[in-house]
Design a protein around this ligand. Structure first.
Ligand SMILES: [Zn+2]
Length: 215
């Protein structure tokens, strides 16, 4: 049952959000995209601070929750610096490097989506309601992210069809992460609260370091 939830949630977070993003990019809905970014900030921060962290703090001493979050924030910063992790909506890199490769988008976002999938699995294994809150936060930030990627790919000369396909491939990494997370975390339940603290760090980092400056 939990596995079905995880599968559906990662499918929604990874693949359906790509389709929603494509519709947002190509239709009159495009002018909604900036508002969606504001909405994402609220959803990410509320999920992290009101749902995920309190849940993690019930399983771990507060000091360990804080230490894990601290490590997570530096980890996400380091990943972003190495350009493996991308959540930048302004896409200045598109102007600096006129031909970003589709491969870079697929790898960078694929890795991010994979981790999102693992975090969704951890949240569902902890508590289905927490899984829903986490999935909502993932969908809320993935849609504007995918809109940005779609625009970068189109600007780089990819056809709409190919851009959609590349985004969908990177999105499907979330499903892989969710299924692997489910299998692995069955054996190491003790890791779940640490992953929850990492999820909170990821959401807070994306909201405060990536999305708020863009607003
Ligand atoms: Zn994400």
């Amino acid at each position: 049952m939990i596995l079905t939830y995880i599968f559906l949630a990662t499918l929604a977070g990874g693949v359906l959000s790509v389709i929603a993003a494509t519709l947002l990019s190509l239709t009159v809905l495009a002018r909604w995209a900036p508002r969606l970014v504001s909405f994402s900030v609220g959803v990410l921060l509320a999920a992290a601070l009101l749902e995920i962290l309190p849940e993690a703090a019930q399983q771990l001493p507060p000091y360990q929750v804080g230490a894990t979050m601290l490590a997570g924030i530096f980890l996400f910063f380091a990943l972003e610096k190495t350009a493996l992790w991308r959540h930048d909506h302004v896409h200045q890199d598109a102007r600096e490097a006129p031909h970003p490769t589709g491969l870079m988008i697929v790898l960078g976002d694929g890795l991010h989506n994979f981790v999102d999938g693992v975090l969704i699995a951890a949240a569902f294994l902890q508590d289905p309601a927490l899984g829903v809150a986490t999935t909502t936060a993932v969908i809320a930030h993935e849609i504007p992210q995918e809109v940005g990627d779609f625009m970068v790919l189109l600007a780089a000369g990819y056809s709409r069809r190919r851009a959609l396909l590349l985004n969908a491939v990177s999105g499907s990494a979330a499903v892989a992460g969710g299924l692997l997370g489910y299998v692995v975390l069955q054996g190491v339940q003790g890791a779940i609260p640490y992953l929850l603290a990492l999820a909170a760090a990821s959401f807070i980092y994306i909201a405060v370091a990536d999305l708020m400056p863009a607003l």
